[in-house]
Design a protein around this ligand. Structure first.
Ligand code: URA
Length: 208
């Protein structure tokens, strides 16, 4: 398992605005989308290419096109939705599947309440997105859902991860590489990432 910290200056600059509590929902939403798009550039770096014959206005030539498996973007509801459009801007042909999980108040374990996935999800390279990798419980459960459907190629993309969340994904899904813009210090007693950005879902959708 690899953890790739994408520390491009544009991503780090925008992440600072995203973290700032004075950034309102409109700007927060826009910048989450932009950072997701910039991260997708790096997350897709290993896509396979094939040679195709084309004709430029000058001559026939061979050129490169993406080949290999089709892609799927899997937002974990609800905050993951904020990252979808940015990635779709770079990969418009990707299909989007949703996985919804809530935390059982007694057992504190994630419970699947919704999932709607492309029928051929098992044949796709999947990019699971959620802005925050906190305890890792939701990410592990969402990946469980995908693997139960036969998925074998999964990447996890988060804006901010905690060391605890990374360790949890590594424990249960060592085959899944994690792409993040930052690894923060720790989780607090309420399961929030410190320093983090607060509740990503509330900040995206203006709820409290
Ligand atoms: N989910 C969030 O939205 N923020 C955190 O800090 C942790 C989990």
């Amino acid at each position: 398992m690899a953890v790739v910290v994408i520390d491009h200056p544009l991503i780090q600059h925008k992440l600072t605005y995203i973290r700032d509590k004075n950034t309102g929902s409109k700007d927060f939403r826009e910048m989450v989308k932009e950072v997701a798009m910039l991260m997708a550039y790096e997350v897709t770096r290993d896509l396979q290419l094939q040679d195709v014959e084309i004709e430029t206005p000058v001559t026939k030539t061979k050129a490169k096109m993406i080949s290999g498996k089709k892609l799927g973007i899997i937002p974990i509801l609800r905050a993951g939705i904020g990252m979808v459009d940015g990635i779709l801007q770079l990969i418009p042909a990707a299909k989007v599947g949703h996985v919804g999980l809530y935390r059982d108040p007694e057992t504190l374990t994630p419970v699947e309440y919704y999932s709607k996935l492309p029928a051929d999800v098992h044949e796709r390279d999947l990019i699971v997105v959620d802005p925050m990798l906190a305890t890792g419980g939701s990410a592990v459960a969402a990946i469980d859902v995908l693997k139960a459907k036969g998925a074998t190629s999964i990447k996890l993309v988060n804006l901010i991860a905690s060391p605890e969340g990374i360790a949890e994904v590594e424990k249960y899904h060592p085959d899944v590489n994690i792409y993040v813009a930052a690894v923060d210090e720790k989780l607090n007693d309420h399961g929030y990432i410190v320093p983090g950005l607060g509740d990503a879902g509330d900040r995206l959708f203006g709820t409290k």
